[in-house]
Structures are given as structure tokens and as C-alpha cells.
Design a protein around this ligand. Sequence first.
Ligand code: NAP
Length: 528
Amino acid sequence: MTHLAVAIMVESLQIALNMASVAAEQGADLVEYRIDRFTDDEADIQELIRRSPLPCIVTCRPNWEGGDYDGDDQKRLSILEHAGLAQPAYLDLELAAFERSANLRQKIKLVIDHADQGRPTPTGLILSSHDFTTRPADLMRKVNAMVHEPAARVVKFAFKARSLRDNIEAFEILRAGHKPTIALCMGPFGLPSRVLAGKFGALLTFAGLDDQTTTAPGQVGVRTMKSLYRWDHINPDTRVYGVIGHPVEHSMSPAIHNAGFDAVGHDGVYLPLPIMPEYEQFKATVGQWLEYAPLHFRGASVTLPHKENLLRFVKEMGGQIEELSQWIGAANTLVVREDGGLHACNTDYAAALDSVCAALGGGREKLSGLRVGIIGAGGVARAVAAGFARHGSTVVLYNRTLEKAGALADQMNAIAASGGKVVAADLAKLCKSCCQVYVNCTPIGMHPEVGQTPMPELPKLEPGTVVFDTIYNPARTRLLAEAQQAGAKTINGIEMFVLQAARQFELWTNQPAPIALFRNIMRQKLGE
Ligand code: NAP
């Protein structure tokens, strides 16, 4: 079993004990006391260990290895010896210190359990190595040295990931399984190594008491590990999904999909997967994640700036691409089939069409002959326009830059179903428009510019007109509030977000998505 250890930077005996009690209540099963700044009273350190509500690791990390201890090694050794006498579960010591000093090796061995220890003690030695700047060039030498050190019960590696690809190296170190091992990647690219530690048989992973109270870059809180990232469900067969983009830290997709996996009992976990914008980065990372079979990487939502990259990648890999995605020139969903085959599709346009159909009270047949005004000519407008044109609607593209709308109209006319067509119009003409559906595909009115609207002067809205704002923050934009007042049926961007996520979920799990749950999570997150 992989432990969930909460790391506590000790400032005082009582506060540290209180924090450890909270960690235990939250479901951690181990604590690490970082005594880097708590070195004055050896008796207090021993009391901390003896009264700890959870088995503990004691670490006094020097600043030359990224910690806060700035004293000399003699004093540190004396502190660790005293700590050892109180018999914590583990003492942590850096490989560099261990290799450097025979005196330190000899003294540490007096208080830890190892083959030549004369008296019984439960305390194991964690031999550790950290690099806060990069993957160390001599990583494998260090792995070898630690694994072959008989006094080390556990080996620990932590280094800053340069990209998601470095997580695979951490997984491989864990899978080698020579000794109980901790292998973690730090920084924004390292989250998979923390969350998936249990999948690859790590001794433990670290979490903070909460998302702010952490001791290493990239660590998240214990609640986030357990309730957002499904810590208690992760096992060697767990399937891995995520949202690929840059940036992705604030994406709401992990909350939605992980709660969905919980609700339907799907053995999966969904992570934010940042990949730098270049196609080569996308190709190398996704390619490696797909190739690495023990990861069970089964799919991804793909957002800016990688929607075009996904299409190109799946094409190069000989995968299957949904026809309309091909025309749109962008896809937002990667599905990895059981046989490894790839499928790319675009659930954005489908979600937009279904939202409008629901408001019109019918199926896709309702879209034929409909007059639809789309505001904007960017990525979302392109997907939405393609969807309507393909179903026989007449689409008018209103855009600030008229030429851009004109170019898009030309492309979309090539795929319009019979009866459907796409034309470009000046944004200034919007107030004289006579469409049955309006879709805002610009950021105008989005938080924090909530006082703005893309339609400062509403056109005359016939009864039954639908006004749809793809913006979801805020859910009720100025455009929607004014359109509703003028008698229109309104749809907000939450609905589109939820439906595009629901389609992805169904493609990955083959189970109906818990849509009401998705809506509730979005509303909660947006403070609705
Ligand atoms: P994009 O490619 O950058 O396109 C933005 C469009 O908005 C462009 O046509 C641009 O006009 C126009 N625009 C931007 N600022 C403007 C302004 N001040 N005045 C007039 N026009 C302006 O963006 P996108 O990816 O299509 O995303 C558009 C919006 O869709 C986002 O802001 C987001 O709110 C929404 N969205 C919703 C969901 C969902 O699931 N609900 C998902 C993704 C996106 P020019 O061509 O003249 O530059």
C-alpha cells in the first residue's frame, strides 16, 4: 500500500502536533516533520516524535539540498541522533551527506535498523536526493548508489520535471522496485508522479496539509489528493486521462471528470496535463505517454493552444478523425481505444448544437433552414458555424475583423449541407439582424469585464428567439440578462461546457455522463 504522507514544516511542538492531528483526521497515514527550523531543543524534538498521532519521518533538510537548515553538519548529526533515540518510523538523510562523511554514516547507523545493528530499533533510513532545478544528469548513478547502500531501507528521489515526460522516468524507477522507493517530480509538470505514486507501487507520496501549506513545489493538499484526484481508488490498472493545454492549472475539467468517475464507478483519474505550445512538445509528450503501456493513458480533453496539434498528431499516427473536426481544423478530444488506436473529435460544436436544440425543443432536424447569427470568427465560432452549416442552417458571421469572417465563411460554405450557407457581415450591422438564434463566440462580457456586451443594441427579437452566450464566467452575462428581458430564450456557456465534457466522458467510459452532477460542480465552482 502506498502511504499518503503529510509534510509539516515544524515551527513549534504544539502547532506541529495539532497539524499532525488534522492530517490524521483528513486521512493521511504518515507525517513528515521537517525540523529544519526547529533545532534548538532536542528534548522537544523527541517529544514531538513520541506524541505524534501518526508514524513519522523526521527530516532536517540543509539549505544546500533545498531545505531551511543553515547550521553545520555536526549539530545536525547530533539532532538526528537524538531524534533517532525517540524511534520515529524513518529518519531522512541526503545521499550527498551520507557519501561525504564516514563519521556521519557511522553515527546514523547507531540509531537506525540495518543488518549489523546490535539492538532492535524500528527506525528505517530514507536515503534521499533532491534537485530543485532539473533532472540531474547523474540520476542513474545516484539511484544505483542508494539502492546498493545496505543501511538504506528506503530510497527517495525528487527532481524538478522539465516536462510531463520526466514523470515516466519516476515511474520506471518505482517499477524497478529494488527497495521501497519514493520517486517524485517537482514543479508544475510533476503532478502525475505525485497522484499516480500508488499506481506504480511507491512507498509514499507527499501532500501538504492544504494546497497552500506545502513543503515542495508542485505538492498539493491532502484533501485535493483524496477528493479531487481519487487517491483512495488509484491502483495499478487505473486509467489515466487529463486536460492537455497551456495553461491548464485553473481548468474545471478535473473536478468534473473525476467526480463523474466516482459517480459511475469508472477506474480512472483525470489530471491537468500542461504541455508547452509547440507542436514538437505536444508530439513528443503525447507520443511517449501513449507508448508507455503501464500508464494506461486512455484519453484527453485538449484545449488551447493544442487543438490543431491534436488533429495533426492523430493524422500522423494514422488514427481516425471525425469528418467535421477535419473541416473545423481543430479537435478537443482524444480517445485511445483498447487496441491502442487513436480517435480525435470535436465535442464543442456538438455541445453547442445540442444546447440550442434543447432550447428549441427538438432534435438536430430543427436546425435546417434556421437563421443563426454568430458573433466572432475565432476558434469557437469556427466550430459552432461548421456545426450549424452542416445541419442546413444559414449562418451569418458578425466579426470585428470582417475579412476574417469572410475567409471563414468561404471555408465553411464548402461543407454546408444543401440549403445551408455561411455569409460574413459587419459587426455594426448586428443590431439590424433578424436571426432566430444568436451565439456569442467572443470574450466580450467575460469576467472581469462583466459590464460589456457584444450586442449593446439588441436587434428586434421575435418570440422564441434563442440567445446563447458561450461565456461561462459569469453564467449570466449582460448579454443574457438583456436578451431575457427582451423575451428571448437564453443559454449560458455552462451548458456548452457541461455537454462537451459529457460527450468526452461517454466516449472514454462507455457510460452515460452524470450531467446534473457536472452542472452542479460548475455552478459551485463559479459561485452560482
Ligand atoms: P478566439 O479564437 O481568440 O476568438 C475570439 C473572437 O472574438 C475573434 O473573432 C475576435 O475578433 C473576437 N473579439 C475578441 N475581443 C473582441 C472585442 N473586444 N470586440 C469585438 N470582437 C472581439 O477565441 P475562442 O477560442 O474562439 O473563444 C471565444 C470565447 O468562447 C471565449 O472567450 C470563451 O468565453 C468561449 N468559450 C466557451 C467554451 C465553453 O465550453 N462554454 C469553450 C471555449 C471557449 P477578431 O477576429 O476581430 O480578433
